[in-house]
Write a new protein. Structure first.
Length: 407
């Protein structure tokens, strides 16, 4: 067995710790900061609270960006950094704010002539220039884990592309994980981001790049989601549920950063690009399907994960994933979109993202066609269909769908 593990992000976890930003900046000699925060954080007053906590260390705010940030918005942020000669970044928000800030921290660190546009590096394979501004990541959702990853997911709307960029320079210098910042997140967003956490943990576990430290983190994070996400959605003011979901999020981020995500994430990108389905909801829509598909992996990791979480095998795990998705009232199919065959074929084509290569079972076009045909039909939630709920995709015959109780 040969494996490596690196995690360069300093993590500070706990209620109220966002107030430490000023102390952190002073300790680390950081001046002339830029706060990257979404419009909701600005309107709610949270952004101003963070600026105030910086005690003079934050000089500017950038909030003119969209969910699924566009490459043009990264370039605009980078230009502000150069114009104001800013020295570090605080990213406040969900994945959109953090992903934009990561990319801008690199693009804004050099001259426009030398570095160019982030578009030059988006989906092109061209290596990013070396160097970046120090970044403090402050997540306000329990979902993406972006505060501890080296990934920035960006959209090029002009080209119709949403894709991640990976760079070691994207690792934040510090992550401040304050569960109190998640208390006002609406139930639907809590559900979507929570299912993203679950997808990251599960996919990181069965990825072909798996390794033992990340395995342990993935199991811990997935168990927390099953135990605490329903409560966080139903009772948003439940302090323990919010705290444990923040714990799950940061630990899932650690779990998948090195192994990378796989099939559900690959298929989520066209569902978001083409139909605007929220990222976590798009991942959740296919996660139980791929859990059954990956049960065919000779290494048996999907079955092993099911047992580690207290279920019989991969099929038992797939059942509980589907149960959780339904309990959270998330999308069960694509039937409302009235997809025709060309639309399904386009989803298959666009799902051939590099993440698909991390899957332990080779995902063929036939598997993808089966998946999207199921989802396009009104009876596509096969886990709840008595005729097929006991069958793994591509198999015939029946097996027990009993679920063991976690001990």
């Amino acid at each position: 067995m040969i494996w490596n593990y690196t995690q360069p992000v300093d993590i500070r976890f706990g209620a109220g710790r966002v107030s430490e930003i000023g102390d952190v900046a002073r300790e680390r000699g950081l001046y002339r900061g830029l706060l990257v925060a979404g419009g909701h954080s600005v309107r709610s007053g949270l952004a101003q609270r963070v600026v105030d906590s910086g005690r003079g260390a934050i000089d500017a705010v950038f909030s003119d960006f969209s969910p699924n940030p566009d490459v043009t918005e990264v370039d605009a942020c980078a230009e502000l950094i150069r114009e104001r000669d800013l020295g570090f970044i605080v990213a406040l928000g969900g994945g959109s704010a953090l992903d934009l800030a990561k990319a801008a921290s690199v693009i804004g660190a050099g001259s426009k002539k030398a570095v160019g546009s982030i578009r030059d590096y988006h989906g092109t394979g061209k290596p990013l220039p070396l160097g970046h501004l120090p970044l403090i990541a402050v997540p306000t959702t329990a979902g993406t884990g972006s505060e501890v990853t080296c990934v920035s997911v960006l959209t090029d709307r002009a080209a119709g592309v949403k894709a991640p960029i990976v760079s070691n320079d994207f690792y934040p210098e510090l992550a401040i994980v304050d569960p109190e910042l998640t208390y006002t997140v609406p139930p639907y967003v809590t559900a979507c981001t929570g299912m993203d956490v679950l997808s990251q943990a599960i996919e990181g576990y069965w990825s072909v790049g798996h390794q033992p430290i990340c395995d342990a983190l993935a199991v811990h994070a997935a168990r927390l989601v099953f135990d605490f996400l329903p409560t966080a959605v139903e009772r948003p003011d439940d302090r323990e549920a919010r705290e444990r979901m923040c714990e799950a999020s940061v630990i899932a981020g650690l779990a998948f950063t090195l192994p990378k995500t796989t099939s559900s994430h690959a298929c989520s990108f066209p569902l978001t690009n083409r139909y605007g389905i929220a990222h976590g909801e798009a991942c959740a829509l296919t996660l139980d399907y791929f859990t059954r598909v990956n049960a065919a992996d000779p290494e048996g990791r999907a079955d092993a994960l099911g047992r580690a979480l207290g279920y019989r095998d991969a099929d038992g795990l797939a059942d509980v994933i589907a149960d959780l998705r339904r309990a959270l009232h998330l999308r069960e199919s694509l039937a409302d979109l009235d997809l025709d065959e060309p639309a399904i074929e386009a989803l298959v084509r666009d799902s051939h993202h590099p993440n698909l290569l991390n899957n332990p079972v080779v995902i063929t076009d036939d598997i993808l066609l089966d998946l999207f045909h199921r989802l396009a039909s009104s009876s596509s939630s096969y886990a709840g269909d008595p005729n097929i709920s006991n069958q793994r995709p591509g198999e015939t015959g029946a097996g027990s769908n009993e679920r063991e109780e976690r001990q």
